[in-house]
Design a protein around this ligand. Structure first.
Ligand code: ADQ
Length: 454
């Protein structure tokens, strides 16, 4: 069997302890269950940019990492990846802060990655590259003569061609996708938009199967939704129900219903509107005052990007306003924390919640929605409120689907969830669980690697 090589911007090293928020590592670890190589950035900044690859072995997996220089980090990571591509691919043209030197830094880091990775590859390796930081990596590997099967998966959405047109030198980036044998996207919608951009911008005509014929071969676009280890997560949640943390949470609620939100602190996640919606619930439906507490865990993320600092200030202010207005001496309506939690603690908290609030303005998939579902007790389950603009909504119709741009719609959904009878909750959750236990991290990895081997 061919060795699997995973490449992602950030490598989750086995030596790193503690909680870190982020969806990618959760979904793709399964691809290395039979061993392989995981290559990427260590998360470290070092003075000499092009330092050698460092390797750590853990079980049958080798983790190979390189550092970035401060300049690489600023231009590639903070700059082009997170201040141009991330806002663009989340439909936020107004937040783009494009600089030509950032674009150069982005391509330069991809060349560095390619040079270091090419030395590690065996001829039969199957190479699976992840996410928007590394779009040109495949083309750079090809330039170095690498002939292995190369696959790419985009974890974030793709945008319609008319939005993509706003990206300076977008044609070069789009052409870079064609170096891959397989390009994976989360949903049919993202795949359609990707193929449409290829048609409009590059003037190429895909066949009905998403196959693109290039001068050097073919490239196929597939929709392959990511999932979680639903069984494992469900078991963890059932166990965590009795954990000291969950008990402390429950005793602090003194019988009140819990509404929970868990996100990276990111403007794509729609947190300000969610806070507004909760404030509106307490205003418009006073029967819920003192009867419900909303816990928002929003782990700090990308703090070097200025938009994220502004978001944090906005949320601090909104949380203060809601609590200032509605809190009683023995009831805090909104508990808001920016520290990450361990997965076990999260699992127990999801299970303890009556309502899961997942209302991103755009999201490639959103694994929190799937974790919330997997964690529920099927006898007395909670209700998922889900944005129609999360990739997960394509598959999870029995959630209460909302337009996250309309806080009033979120308010009404929270009210509906809080008064929903048990049989309806059971019915909806049973259908949702069937999906989340079918489309898993395992099926996601298996399907992608099968497409790449074909
Ligand atoms: P993210 O934008 O990071 O992922 P998501 O899919 O929700 O979003 O994954 C977040 C993960 O981090 C979840 O496993 C969650 O439990 C964890 N997490 C979030 N907040 C946390 C906190 N405060 N403490 C601890 N853990 C926390 C990107 C894309 C998504 C896509 C995934 C996977 O943006 O759309 O679903 O990749 O493809």
């Amino acid at each position: 069997m061919a060795r699997v090589v995973i490449v992602s911007n950030r490598v989750p090293l086995p030596t790193e302890r503690g909680a870190r928020a982020g969806g990618l590592a959760v979904g793709i670890a399964d691809a290395l269950k039979d061993g392989g190589l995981w290559f990427g950035w260590s998360g470290g900044i070092s003075r000499s940019a092009r330092n050698p690859v460092r390797k750590v072995e853990s079980g049958s997996v080798t983790y190979a990492t390189i550092d970035l220089s401060q300049e690489d980090y600023d231009r590639f990571y903070v700059g082009y990846a997170n201040s141009t591509l991330w806002p663009l691919l989340h439909f936020r043209l107004g937040l783009i802060d494009f600089k030509r030197e950032d674009l150069e830094g982005y391509f330069s880091v991809n060349r560095t990655f390619a040079a270091a990775l090419a030395l590690e590859l065996h001829p039969d390796d199957v190479v699976w590259i992840h996410d928007y930081h590394l779009i040109p990596l495949g083309a750079e590997l090809r330039r170095l003569g690498v002939r292995n099967r190369l696959g790419f998966f985009l974890h974030v959405p793709f945008v319609p061609a008319s939005l993509f047109a706003a990206l300076p030198q977008g044609e070069t980036l789009l052409r870079a996708f064609l170096a891959y044998d397989v390009v994976g996207l989360q949903t049919e919608e993202h795949r359609r938009d990707f193929l449409d951009a290829v048609k409009q911008v590059l003037g190429m005509e895909p066949d009905g199967d998403g196959l693109l014929v290039t001068a050097d071969g073919t490239s196929r676009a597939i929709a392959n939704p990511i999932g979680i280890d639903a069984r494992g997560f469900a078991a963890m949640a059932a166990k965590a129900e009795r954990s000291p943390e969950t008990r402390r949470l429950l005793s602090s609620l003194v019988g009140r219903d819990l509404v929970i939100g868990v996100d990276r602190l990111d403007y794509s996640k729609g947190l300000p509107n969610r806070f507004t919606a909760f404030g509106k619930l307490l205003h418009d439906f006073p029967q819920h005052r003192q009867k419900v507490s909303y816990l928002q865990v929003a782990a700090k993320s990308r703090e070097d990007v200025s938009e994220y600092q502004a978001l944090r200030r906005e949320l601090d202010r909104k949380a203060g306003n809601i609590n200032g207005r509605y809190a009683e001496f023995d009831w805090v309506p909104l508990r808001y924390m920016t520290r990450p939690m361990t997965r076990t603690t999260l699992a127990g908290f999801y299970r303890a919640a009556r309502v899961g609030l997942v209302t991103p303005l755009r999201d490639g998939m959103n694994l929190v929605a799937k974790e919330f579902i997997a964690a529920q007790d099927h006898n007395d389950p909670g209700v998922l409120i889900l944005s129609r603009f999360a990739g997960a909504a394509e598959d999870l119709e029995e959630a209460l689907i909302v337009n996250p741009y309309d806080p009033a719609e979120i308010t009404e959904a929270i009210h509906q969830a809080l008064i929903m009878p048990q049989d309806e909750r059971q019915d909806r959750m049973a259908r949702l669980r069937a999906r989340v236990f079918t489309v898993t991290a395992e099926s996601y990895c298996r399907n992608f690697l099968a497409a790449l081997a074909a």
